[in-house]
Design a protein around this ligand. Structure first.
Ligand SMILES: Nc1ncnc2c1ncn2[C@@H]1O[C@H](COP(=O)(O)OP(=O)(O)O)[C@@H](O)[C@H]1O
Ligand SMILES: CC(=O)OP(=O)(O)O
Ligand SMILES: [Mg+2]
Length: 361
């Protein structure tokens, strides 16, 4: 892209789902003095249908709708975003950028579950992985920082925000990742359970006299750090309470960091070692204490943090000691930039589509 500058931003913080469409439309109307070539949308689940970003058509919207059941917290809102943009900017073409696309390079040994193969063949039940734009952005930055070309690079990207996922990157491509068919799998998150013994679902169903969907809701919204601490799903609140002596908050933090630690060990083995470990997203970028807890005990594997760089510096940087064989980096993520670059790359195609549409109508 010739220029990568942010001209204006606006955000919507925690609002009820019923108000989401209206609020998005209002935000978009606030930008109506601008002339856009494309509007790019984050879409969390694209299944196996999308290996890269794409122009939004009716078929693309049908696919996004089809995958709602695999990403119930995200895809419905992503679609509302697209439809609101179509309303406010009817002449602008829309682009969908998928969380799952980056992970389409995983081998079957990473993405298949050990269940009858026909569930994959007939129903697409497999691991898809998420946060793809974030893992891709930080990988591209790490390539620059480490001065190792993508074709040789082995990395662990730890995206630790509200959702948490780790990606094992081999030769510049996603090789394995912690989230699964849905963003509920893998690590302990703010309110999501991550991996549990699947039999627990039927036990909770009986205890709560609930439907399966009801139990999945408990695992999505009432579990993770919130469920264990009983205080909050926001790590800042839980850390404060833990420091004040709250035992369940201390336990929640220990479980949260221990699980990330275990996954790092798992993927160090899967990749036969790595060149670097990246911390990104809300918690990964902003909590030196949690980064220390996660890395502690990996000195034997070649991970040595630099206290000063980790604790007292900010922004994109190395936080490992100069002699550390594995380099540890904090890289603030930029999913929007990846989306804008993908939209820009699609511009020739977008213009062609627009001309065809004008001829037809
Ligand atoms: N200084 C901090 N210490 C610990 N956690 C933080 C800090 N700053 C932000 N966070 C956490 O980051 C989370 C948001 O991360 P973010 O990547 O923005 O989320 P999302 O997954 O919604 O994009 C918040 O829930 C909060 O727990
Ligand atoms: C896919 C996912 O979990 O996204 P987020 O972290 O934004 O909730
Ligand atoms: Mg995010």
């Amino acid at each position: 892209m010739p220029e990568e500058t942010i001209v204006e931003t606006d955000t919507i913080a925690k609002i009820p789902a019923s108000e989401y469409g209206n609020r998005i439309e209002n935000v978009l109307k606030g930008f109506s003095q601008h002339k856009f070539d494309a509007i790019c949308h984050r879409v969390v689940h694209g299944g196996e249908d999308f290996k890269q970003s794409t122009i939004v058509t009716e078929e693309v919207k049908a696919s996004i709708r089809k995958y709602e059941r695999f990403a119930p917290l995200h895809n419905p809102n992503n679609l509302i975003g697209i439809e609101s943009a179509e309303k406010v900017f009817p002449d602008t073409l829309q682009v969908a950028v998928f969380d799952t696309a980056f992970h389409q390079t995983m081998p079957p040994s990473s993405y298949l579950y050990s269940i009858p193969y026909e569930y994959y063949e007939k129903y697409g039940i497999r691991k898809y992985g998420f946060h793809g734009m974030s893992h891709r952005y930080v990988m591209e930055r790490a390539e620059q920082l480490l001065e190792i070309s993508a074709s040789k690079l082995r990395l662990l990207s730890c995206h630790i925000g509200n959702g948490v996922s780790i990606c094992a990157i081999k030769h510049g491509k996603s090789y394995d990742t912690s989230m699964g068919l849905t963003p509920l799998a893998g690590l302990t998150m703010g309110t999501r359970s991550g991996n549990i013994d699947p039999s627990i679902i039927s036990f909770i169903q009986d205890i709560e006299e609930s439907s399966t969907e009801g139990v999945i809701d408990i695992l999505n919204y009432k579990s993770g750090v919130l469920g264990i601490s009983g205080v909050s799903g926001d790590l800042r609140d839980v850390m404060e309470a833990a420091k004040a002596g709250d035992k369940r908050c201390q336990l929640a933090i220990e479980m949260y960091t221990t699980r990330i630690h275990k996954y790092i060990g798992l993927y160090l083995a899967r990749l036969n070692g790595v060149d670097g470990i990246i911390f990104t997203a809300g918690v990964g970028e902003n909590s030196p204490e949690l980064r220390e807890m996660i890395c502690a005990g990996f000195e034997y594997a070649g991970v040595v943090l630099d206290y000063e760089q980790n604790r007292n510096k900010h922004g994109e940087r190395f936080i490992s000691a100069q002699y550390s064989p594995i380099k540890v980096m904090v890289i603030p993520t930029n999913e929007e930039l990846i989306m804008a670059r993908d939209g820009y790359a699609l511009l020739p195609k977008l213009r062609e589509n627009k001309r065809t549409a004008e001829v037809v109508s």
